[in-house]
Design a binder for this molecule. Sequence first.
Ligand code: DQA
Length: 147
Amino acid sequence: MASILILNGPNLNLLGTRQPEVYGHETLADIEAMCRAHADAHGIAVEFAQSNHEGALVDLIHAAKTRHDGIILNAGAYTHTSVALMDAIASVELPAIELHLSNIHAREAFRHHSYIARVALGVICGFGARGYVLAIDAMRGHLERAG
Ligand code: DQA
């Protein structure tokens, strides 16, 4: 059974109450439940994780190498700053999809640049919580094609 790590970075533990006009009303627990239901329906395994700490996210990416077939990463603000997360994704050689709830390209200029995009299969942004399900489907398709 294919297994996907869904990894969330800083401040995403506050979803539901954090700027709901930007990020929506769903909590991270709501999103996890939605992802689990979708993954179960398609016979794939998902592990959900969140950390506010850059090094902890690096550790989780390293640990994924032997445990998962792909990574869906909402790195939050570290998307725009973290060479360490970019290098971690490149190092484990797992397919990765960059994800954002908001459309980062319609927001402040500092959100337009992503270090993660350089090492990602693709980027999904602007679809709110539903983007997580879209990312699972995109990863599922990729893993099926990759065999
Ligand atoms: C975010 C977008 C980032 O720019 C921001 O720093 C976040 C959330 C999103 O999901 O829209 O924390 O990754």
